[in-house]
Design a protein around this ligand. Structure first.
Ligand code: SAM
Ligand code: F3S
Length: 479
């Protein structure tokens, strides 16, 4: 059956709803870009769209259940507008594949994480042949990626995938199943993509991969250290970040490249997952507590102002109170500037699924509360230490209350700028920090202060912005 389009004179539209990590966020922008080439415009909501794509995450059960709830609610919308197309993409699509089509009759197609570029042809099969395609394979040799077809959401910041998949097989993690084995792009392709983005006005580039520091050019053997130097040398690039790093792959060459590339920000996300050797071993993380702490020491010796953030899981099978206390003590020792903390969630096709889930849910939640209380105290202290300093802030938009302009420091700490509500995203301003809170900073624009004081401190402000501004935290919007 050939599908009847809603109004053939009106441009067709797509709405992408994304859950999960930065890789998913970028994939969502790839969907919009690829369909844009077919004349399909981006809609503001699912309600207005002809095509709705659910770009899903399955890293924890809660994330997966949210997807099913949403698909259920979209069924109602589709009953009212039968011409609407619903596609399930991302990690749940990869994981459940044909099963989704069997269970959910209102889903029109399933597109796995390795088949993003097939989206336009899949949609054509739905429209023209009445098919319900399920595309979920992986091309093991090469990353198929059309750089020009990414519709970046903001003009000043862009992510670039450099490595797809993950070979680590941590025993709790479904990602190697949902994103496949590592596939590297060529360094020169990544640099070319970064160059055209920077030439188009992008100030901040983020290199992405589940284990981004495992990057290895398939032809030349160049690694992430080489890539940082090459992208960091592009004229006009202001900030360069990379996420997510695995502690096991962190070489001294990479630390040297971070130090010697001025665009590289002074923040690093370095998931630790646990502070207990016994738990780390069962997680198959491939490092010990001592090795992690040694890496932190080497990083801090090289970049004293480095702000570290991390991921941690509590309530992993077999985690005793003593193991958990080891995690607390690691957190006291490292003093992370930001943390994503989770209770363990059993996942399909992972090794840990077979193990006794012996930490009860109330116990795991209680541990999470204890850890978060400790962490909030640390963050409040670290952020208070910034009071009185002037930091360079790249404006992102408005704060949560939509009152003040808000942005991030070189290391991604959120700064709300009092008395400023109309700074355009992408504006760079020097902000004097007045208050440090656990999750953000409040400051005032330096120029404004100077005008009020009636003195010119321009020379000093220029010097501050020319220097590598220390501190601040790279808070990912996920995972
Ligand atoms: N590649 C990254 C790394 O090296 O750790 C992280 C990948 S994962 C998408 C993001 C985070 O989700 C992990 O660091 C971990 O803390 C958390 N996570 C993954 N699987 C989980 C599970 N089964 N239960 C709870 N948290 C989980
Ligand atoms: Fe998951 Fe471990 Fe890879 S957390 S993404 S299997 S490094």
């Amino acid at each position: 059956m050939v599908r009847e389009l809603s109004d053939p004179r009106k441009a067709r539209s797509v709405f992408v709803e994304t859950w999960g990590c930065q890789m998913n966020v970028l994939d969502g922008r790839r969907f919009v870009g690829l369909l844009g080439r077919e004349g399909i415009v981006e809609a503001r909501s699912a309600e207005e769209a002809d095509v709705v794509l659910l770009n899903t995450c399955s890293v924890r059960d809660k994330a997966e259940q949210k997807v099913y709830d949403r698909i259920g609610r979209l069924a109602k919308l589709k009953r009212e507008r039968p011409g609407m197309v619903i596609g399930v993409c991302g990690c749940v699509a990869q994981q459940e594949a044909e099963g989704l089509l069997a269970r959910l009759p209102h889903v029109d197609f399933v597109l796995g994480t390795g088949r993003i570029e097939a989206l336009p042809s899949v949609l054509r099969r739905v429209d023209e042949e009445g098919d319900r395609p399920c595309e979920t394979g992986f091309d093991l040799d090469e990353v198929v990626y059309t750089p020009g077809a990414v519709a970046h959401a903001v003009p000043h910041r862009a992510g670039i995938t450099v490595i797809e998949g993950c070979n680590k097989n941590c025993t709790f993690c479904v990602v190697p199943r949902t994103r496949g084995r590592e596939r590297n792009r060529r360094l020169r392709d990544v640099v070319d993509e970064a160059r055209s983005l920077v030439e188009a006005g992008v100030l901040e580039v983020e290199l992405l991969g589940q284990t981004v520091n495992a990057f290895l050019d398939p032809e030349t053997g160049e690694d992430l250290a080489d890539l940082l130097r090459a992208v960091g040398a592009l004229p006009g690039i202001l900030r360069l970040r990379f996420v997510t790093s695995h502690p096991r792959n962190f070489s001294d060459r990479l630390i040297a490249a971070m130090c010697e590339t001025p665009a590289v920000v002074t923040a690093l996300h370095l998931p630790v997952q646990s502070g207990s050797d016994a738990v780390l071993k069962r997680m198959k993380r491939q490092y010990t507590r001592a090795e992690y702490l040694d890496l932190v020491a080497r990083l801090r010796a090289a970049i004293p102002s480095l702000a570290l953030s991390t991921d941690v899981i509590v309530g992993f099978p077999g985690e005793t109170e003593a193991d958990f206390v080891e995690t607390l003590s690691l957190f006291e020792e490292v003093r992370f500037a930001g943390v994503f903390s989770f209770t363990y969630s059993p996942r399909p096709q992972t090794a840990a699924l077979r193990w006794e889930h012996d930490v009860t849910s109330p116990e795991a939640s209680a541990r999470l509360v204890r850890l978060e209380a400790l962490q909030q105290g640390v963050q409040r202290e670290l952020n208070r230490e910034l009071e009185g300093q002037t930091l360079e802030v790249l404006v992102e938009g408005l704060d949560r209350k939509r009152r003040n302009s808000s942005g991030r420091t070189r290391c991604g700490r959120v700064v709300n700028i009092a008395g400023e509500s109309e700074l355009a995203p992408g504006t760079l301003v020097d902000v004097r920090i007045e208050r440090g809170f656990p999750n953000s900073l409040l400051g005032r624009r330096r120029e404004e202060e100077e005008a009020e004081e009636g003195i010119s401190l321009k020379g000093a402000a220029d010097a501050a912005s020319a220097a590598r501004i220390p501190l601040s935290l790279d808070v990912q919007n996920l995972p």
